[in-house]
Design a protein around this ligand. Structure first.
Ligand code: APR
Length: 235
């Protein structure tokens, strides 16, 4: 089966009621990103950081996958679908996607501040200031903060480098290294981008824009992917 690699951002979860980051009314409009999503912010005010992620985790409990997530699952019947997501929600998995790589961590996991190899599945429960790992170190959200390394980026790059088709959904493509994954995609591979708004992308690539929200956009993508010339880009 052809390898279909999909890079997603918060836009794909917007129709599930979860806020994006940089749009009007987005998370970064209401919070100082360096206060709630950086190591310095954690050192300065741990309770603020914990409550920010506890609130998002509680919202995630009540959210459900939308047609965008479900459409990507349906593509698994005809393609080897690999999802590389910047999202820390678990909606791809809850929709039924089988290959999901999280670049920026997962809301439903906590990590030890003393030994990062110690992570815990916490479901939708809050992390309290007094919570510690088995070695007695405070727990933090298992999220990649600004200024921190992205451990999964090499694996993501090797997946992108073997894509037969590459799709970008619901990301403003301003955060690196995630936005740079498009540079690894083979030159012959068709690239699609689904977003209701303008997104700045590299000019050296031909990209098919589907200027729609994810729910409708993925439906249109499924239709386009049924065309032979998309299925056999090297023919
Ligand atoms: N369907 C598809 N795309 C949508 C929808 C929708 N229903 N609604 C909004 N969008 C698009 C917006 O037009 C925008 O291009 O989703 C994109 C969201 O962009 P950002 O808010 O910048 O979020 P994202 O790209 O996911 O952020 C990347 O930045 O803040 C950090 O770590 C955080 O993973 C995040 C990273």
């Amino acid at each position: 089966m052809k390898k279909l690699v999909v890079l997603t951002g918060s836009g794909i979860s917007s129709e599930s009621g979860l806020k994006t980051f940089r749009e009007t009314g987005g998370l970064w409009e209401n919070y100082d990103v360096m206060e709630v999503a950086s190591p310095a912010g954690w050192l300065k005010n741990r309770n603020l950081v914990l409550s920010f992620y506890n609130e998002r985790r509680a919202q995630l409990r009540d959210a459900v996958p939308n047609e965008g997530h479900k459409g990507l699952v349906s593509l698994e019947s005809g393609f080897d679908v690999h999802i590389i997501t910047q999202n820390v929600d678990n909606l791809h998995e809850r929709a039924g996607s089988t290959k999901v790589l999280h670049l920026h961590g997962l809301l439903t996991r906590a990590r030890s501040t003393g030994d990062p190899s110690l992570t815990y599945d916490i479901g939708y429960e809050p992390i309290r200031p007094e919570d510690t790992c088995e070695k007695g170190h405070p727990l933090r959200p298992d999220i990649v903060w600004f200024g921190e390394a992205v451990p999964a980026i090499e694996e993501a790059a090797s997946i992108a480098a073997t894509a037969d088709i590459f799709v970008v959904i619901g990301t403003s493509m301003v955060v690196y290294p995630a936005a740079g994954l498009i540079d690894y995609v083979p030159k012959y591979a068709p690239v699609f981008l689904i977003d209701p708004n303008e997104v700045a992308v590299p000019i050296y690539r031909h990209i098919t824009f589907i200027k729609e929200k994810a729910g409708r956009g993925v439906k249109m993508l499924i239709e386009k992917l049924s065309y032979p010339e998309v299925q056999n880009p090297r023919a």
